[in-house]
Design a protein around this ligand. Structure first.
Ligand code: ADP
Length: 369
């Protein structure tokens, strides 16, 4: 069984250990020589070039992704050539464009923040007037980690983005209680499995901490599981689907974002679940029976390592961190630190949330300085 992953980031990197364990031949088309997933990078090339991607895909049974940026014409060329692509281009199109996502979610009656497509400052001004003078504006494509997301309180607040052409997504500024994330995996023959609903803490638009399961959630886990399953089925998603959610002030759920690949809010599952999201993604795209997503500990806390001493890599700080926190699991993405850069994560598990959180924070502090 041969899986080809387009993109050489940390998500591709973290698919490698379960591929090795299962004896799956994993190959990665990376953007550069020294990518996070260099260990499995059998090709280096431009994922926007159809010929490059076709040549890479010829030797694998299924193509999947580390990111959502492969252009639709390249995906169409793969399908026309008989390559199995999972998730399929039509599903992926929804995750590639926030306007398409809002339209499709609205069409399947999934609750989303109030939104509009705006073409200029005048239309943005009208949206602001209807929403108390403040709104969130997003570039439909290419954003990540809060880049391409901005709170505006004036009609000219997105003029620089309008100047680059195209329409923008304007959204109600949601007064949420907290952010949650529901991950499910779906295989082509229909089986769906869900991990527990988790709570995520974002700082400056970047995921900082994840608590699994989401504490004090009442009936939300059941509702989130049904919602994510419905989205996966209606959009015909295969592989892992992440549904980023707001818990609204009234205690309801609204969908913020979808990702059709393993997701930062599922990293805890490597150390805290019977089947990690990376193993599950491989099973799902190969249409194999899915693994048990049950947690293996009452609580898991995942903390991203963001930044740290400029130019260093996480392993340079291992002696201190490992001596102090032998029970915390450390994950490095083989990236050198610079301010705000996501270079790895740590996960602590345990019987008490507060204790796991304190231990994970202590370990993360070794790397973030
Ligand atoms: P990205 O694609 O960069 O991850 P998101 O659309 O997920 O962008 O937004 C990043 C963060 O910005 C969210 O996690 C949330 O904290 C905040 N955010 C996004 N949309 C809204 C909204 N409509 N109301 C309030 N906060 C929002």
């Amino acid at each position: 069984m041969r899986v080809g992953v387009i993109g050489g980031g940390q998500l591709a990197r973290m698919m490698v250990p379960p591929a090795i364990a299962l004896g799956i031949d994993i190959r990665v088309l990376a953007e550069a020589e020294n990518s996070s997933a260099a260990i499995a990078a059998t090709a280096v090339g431009d994922y926007t070039d159809a010929a490059t991607v076709l040549a890479f895909a010829r030797d694998v049974d299924v193509v999947t992704f580390d990111h959502e940026h492969v252009p639709q014409d390249v995906l169409a060329a793969l399908v026309a050539d008989g390559v199995v692509v999972r998730p399929a281009p039509d599903a992926l199109a929804v995750a590639q464009d926030k306007l398409v996502m809002r339209r499709r979610l609205t069409a399947i009656d999934a609750r989303v923040p109030d939104w509009a497509e705006v073409a200029d400052a005048e239309q943005l001004g009208a949206f602001l007037a209807d929403h108390g003078g403040r709104a969130v504006v997003k570039t439909p494509r290419g954003g990540y980690d809060g880049k391409g997301v901005r709170v505006v309180d004036a009609a000219d607040g997105a003029d620089d983005w309008f100047a680059t052409g195209g329409t923008l997504l304007a959204e109600e500024l949601v007064d949420f209680r907290r952010e949650l994330s529901q991950l499910v995996a779906r295989r082509p023959s229909g089986e769906v499995r869900a991990w527990p609903l988790v709570e995520t803490v974002q700082r400056d638009g970047v995921c900082a901490e994840v608590f699994a399961p989401a504490p004090r959630a009442g009936e939300l886990p059941e509702r989130a599981r049904r919602l994510a399953t419905r989205i996966a089925e209606r959009l015909d998603v295969t592989g892992v689907l992440a549904v980023e959610l707001f818990e609204t002030a009234e205690g309801g759920l609204a969908v913020n974002e979808l990702a059709m690949r393993p997701h930062n809010t599922g990293h805890w599952s490597i150390d805290g679940a019977v089947t990690s999201q990376f193993e599950q993604h491989l099973r799902a795209v190969l249409d194999l029976p899915l693994g048990d997503p049950s947690p293996t500990a009452p609580w898991s806390v995942m903390i991203n390592v963001l930044g740290g001493p400029e130019g260093q890599t996480m392993p340079e700080r291992y002696p201190g961190a490992m001596a102090d926190r032998p029970e915390v699991k450390l994950h490095s993405y083989a990236k050198t630190s610079r301010p705000g850069r996501k270079v790895g994560h740590v996960t602590a598990t345990g019987d008490e949330l507060d204790d796991a959180l304190a231990r994970a924070r202590a370990a993360a502090a070794f790397f973030q300085g």
